[in-house]
Write a protein of this length. Structure first.
Lengths: 543, 259
């Protein structure tokens, strides 16, 4: 095993641990193994894109350490708030809010598997290690993680701050950030504790999954916002203190700057400063008290409570019978819907881009808003931006063949099915009805609000085109059996095909634009698409 | 022989209102192979978990190697090996990394553990995956790894919970031989399983747990005399008061016939 540099640094403090009654060499061994395992996980920030390449290249590279570059990049976002102005309460609130958000979400997304590892119990507790050493190892593990994470976010911004605002600013920031870390750590643990108290482990895993999805989504949006952050933000905003702002926690950490650097000694600033210092410290001691309860609740992770039977709604049943003709197809539709809803790996890969697809048309609209103003948008052909949501269809269809539990696919081979076309049709329809339609509906409602009822025929047309386009994507991408391959097999050639599949979207959109120039053009287009759909869905989906 | 390694006095444990163990009394001597059996939920795993200190909070007294384990002294764990029922391992490590880690936790020298682990893996027919990630192991390979990890430090008591799960017949033969030899060398083995034929064959003493109580304790021959039944399976059914298997089987098949 490679010796990790972090541990060599930690060795310098070994006597400190020994004095506290911790068996240092054992703790070090546990940490070494834990850090080694961390390096082999793929962090959520790398979730998007071709993350698996590096796995082949070298097995020992630390995924976590590499992901730090990403966080450093996000740290850059805070620089404008540090550099511009002396309005510390406002600027530093935003900066602390941002850092808190990133640290907390990535802590939940990437580190919950560590905090919630119940294997420790069977593996470590049965060995001759005393409890103090085990909890010290756990604590140091979290500490190392938090240290790297925060350091990579704030190092550059703080250096900038040091030059801009001087040494007092710099030192104050370091103290406040440490306090903030303690606060986040305790808060995360308390959240877990609460969830585990009322729900079982599956629920917690779901919640962790949603946080991961949220983080991936935020990162996608982050790229978009980065370029515009300087324009959007109004640096002259002046905050007038209000009592309810006590609940905006980042403001606590911003208040000490006003006291120390601007010499504002109002009660408002003083109270916030006191909160910033005292709450994390108190919370930390409460946390130390609660650790044993936490460990006990952790056992619930392994216990699966008996779930109640979920009745299929009448509405859902009618829809299935409406879109699927044969019995097998209905069964596969139901199966694929459940897989898409329940599989955490799949959700993590697909949901963020789903959210992004909703926002896409509005990003385009936002750009033209600056050029023309609202009235020119509502009269214009801006609704054609809805085609941008179709970009995500090929990548999701490509994803449909992957599953974290791909080994379960042997079942298809043993089934008495003549051909697999019901499986393909059912899955594709499930994707359209369960994932695409709800998202499309949201956009439609917003579009009708913006553009008025006149766009309804156009929206229907786009829906038909989406259905047709899904089949085209499915045919061009390899017709692989759904949920039958490991996520690690995501190939490069496929990604190129996904890219090439943008071309039909442009053609469809162009035709749509032309049809709007002719009277009844859109209606004729709709009829053509209806026929094309019927034909393609019947004929071309064969195994 | 005759040296006492484990004694349990009136052991009781409850989870809230549910009483899982209602007063277990037991003394175990060196070199015994104990078949520890009982229906699901009888309290077998709970007993073992209490002995290992994975679970806490019980009344009664547990003494291992003559010392009470409730005082927080963990030295007794150096002489215990454990194969849990669910194969929980840090499976993103390689076999080599995992086994050396575990060995080092028992205070063994790295090179020594490495040598030992490698030899044991090779002898068990899984030497070629020693440097592969555990996640890629088959069920049998994992089980062999767990068995090896429980014995690296040459323990005096072994707690084995369904240890032959997933092993092929030849490996089971090897494993049985290992147990017999270990017992001959004075090791004590706690063998917990639902496969009655194996328990019947390998155990020198059988303890049957039912509803948190010990309902039978003795050699197979003794149990046979007391219950007038032929096999351990039948004795098990008799003592846990289960006679409906024929009836349930019939009803099951009749539901299968309804298509």
């Amino acid at each position: 095993m490679k010796d990790i540099r972090t541990l060599k640094f930690l060795d310098k403090f070994s006597s400190l641990f020994q004095r506290a009654g911790v068996d240092y060499s054992t703790m070090r061994k546990i940490l070494q193994v834990k850090l080694l395992m961390d390096g082999r996980r793929v962090p959520t920030v790398f979730n998007q894109g071709a993350q698996r390449k590096k796995k082949k290249a070298d097995n020992e590279g630390n995924g976590f350490l590499k992901s730090l570059w990403m966080y450093a990049f996000f740290g850059l976002l805070t620089i404008p708030f540090i550099v511009l102005g002396d309005n510390y309460l406002f600027q530093m609130s935003i900066m602390f809010g941002f850092v808190m958000f990133i640290v907390m979400t990535s802590m939940i997304a990437d580190f919950s598997s560590v905090l919630l590892d119940i294997r420790d119990k069977n593996i470590l507790y049965t060995r001759p290690i005393d409890k103090k050493t085990i909890s010290a190892a756990k604590m140091m593990h979290v500490f190392i993680y938090l240290f790297y994470l925060t350091a990579s976010i704030v190092t550059i911004p703080l250096m900038v701050g040091l030059f801009r605002h001087g040494i007092v600013f710099f030192l104050l920031s370091i103290i406040l950030i440490i306090l903030m870390e303690a606060f986040i750590l305790v808060l995360t643990a308390l959240i877990y504790m609460l969830i585990l108290k009322f729900f079982d482990g599956e629920k917690l895993k779901d919640i962790v999954n949603y946080v991961q999805i949220g983080l991936s989504f935020t990162i996608m949006i982050g790229y978009q916002v980065l370029g515009r952050s300087f324009e959007i933000i109004n640096f002259h905003a002046v905050l007038t203190p209000k009592w309810w702002q006590v609940f905006i926690i980042p403001m606590w950490f911003a208040a000490p700057y006003e006291v120390a650097l601007n010499g504002h000694f109002d009660s408002f600033y003083i109270i916030f400063s006191i909160l910033a210092i005292s709450v994390p410290i108190v919370a930390f001691f409460v946390y130390l008290r609660l650790v044993p309860t936490f460990e006990k609740n952790l056992q619930k992770l392994a216990v699966h409570s008996v779930a109640k039977e979920k009745k299929q709604s009448k509405f859902g049943k009618t829809i299935i019978q409406l879109v699927c003709s044969s019995k097998e197809e209905q069964a596969f539709f139901r199966f694929a819907s459940i897989m898409m809803k329940n599989e955490r790996d799949f959700k993590l890969k697909v949901y963020p881009s789903l959210g992004f697809a909703i926002i896409m048309p509005f990003i385009f609209l936002f750009n033209s808003l600056r050029d023309g103003g609202f009235s020119s948008i509502s009269d214009g052909k801006g609704y054609l931006t809805i085609y941008s949501t179709m970009i995500f269809i090929p990548s999701v269809i490509m994803m449909l063949k992957f599953s974290g539990k791909y080994k379960g696919a042997w079942i298809y081979k043993t089934l008495p099915l003549g051909d697999l076309s019901p499986l393909f049709k059912g899955t594709l329809k499930a994707f359209l009805v369960r994932l695409y339609l709800p998202m499309y509906f949201i956009i439609c409602i917003l579009f009708v609000v913006i553009f008025g009822g006149r766009v309804i025929p156009d929206l229907i047309l786009v829906l038909l085109i989406s259905a047709l386009y899904s089949v085209i994507c499915f045919i061009i991408l390899k017709k692989a059996i759904p949920f039958s391959e490991s996520f690690e097999a995501v190939g490069q050639t496929e990604s190129w095909k996904v890219f090439g599949l943008m071309i039909p979207i442009v053609i469809f959109a162009g035709l749509h634009y032309l049809s709007t120039l002719v009277g009844f053009g859109v209606y004729i287009y709709i009829v053509i698409m209806l026929i094309a759909n019927l034909f393609l869905w019947r004929k071309s989906i064969r195994a | 022989m005759g040296e006492e390694v484990l004694s349990i006095q009136d052991l009781q444990k409850d989870y809230g209102a549910k009483k899982v163990l209602q007063g277990i009394n037991l003394t175990v001597e060196r070199g015994e192979i104990i078949g520890y059996i009982g229906p699901n939920g009888a309290g077998k795993s709970t007993t073992v978990k209490l002995l290992l200190g994975i679970e806490e909070g019980y009344t009664g007294e547990i003494k291992i190697f003559g010392t009470d384990i409730s005082d927080g002294n963990i030295d007794y764990k150096r002489r215990i090996g454990y194969v849990p029922e669910i194969a929980e391992v840090y499976d993103n490590l390689t076999g080599h990394e995992y086994l050396t880690f575990i060995g080092e936790l028992y205070g063994m020298e790295y090179d020594r553990v490495d040598y030992k682990a490698k030899s044991l893996m090779e002898l068990f027919g899984v030497g070629e995956v020693y440097h592969s990630r555990i996640a890629s192991y088959s069920k049998g390979m994992r089980q062999k790894l767990l068995i090896i990890s429980s014995m690296l430090h040459n323990p005096d008591i072994l707690f084995l919970d369904e240890p032959i799960n997933g092993l092929d017949a030849n490996s089971v033969m090897i494993f049985k031989e290992i147990l017999a030899q270990l017992a001959a060398h004075g090791k004590t083995i706690f063998y917990s399983s639902h496969i009655m034929d194996v328990v019947e064959k390998i155990s020198s003493r059988i303890i049957l747990l039912h509803g948190g109580n010990i309902v039978a304790d003795g050699t197979f021959a003794e149990l046979k005399n007391q219950n007038h039944e032929g096999t351990l399976e039948e004795i098990f059914n008799e003592l846990t008061d289960f006679h409906e298997h024929k009836d349930i089987g019939t009803r099951f098949v009749s539901v299968v016939h309804e298509v």
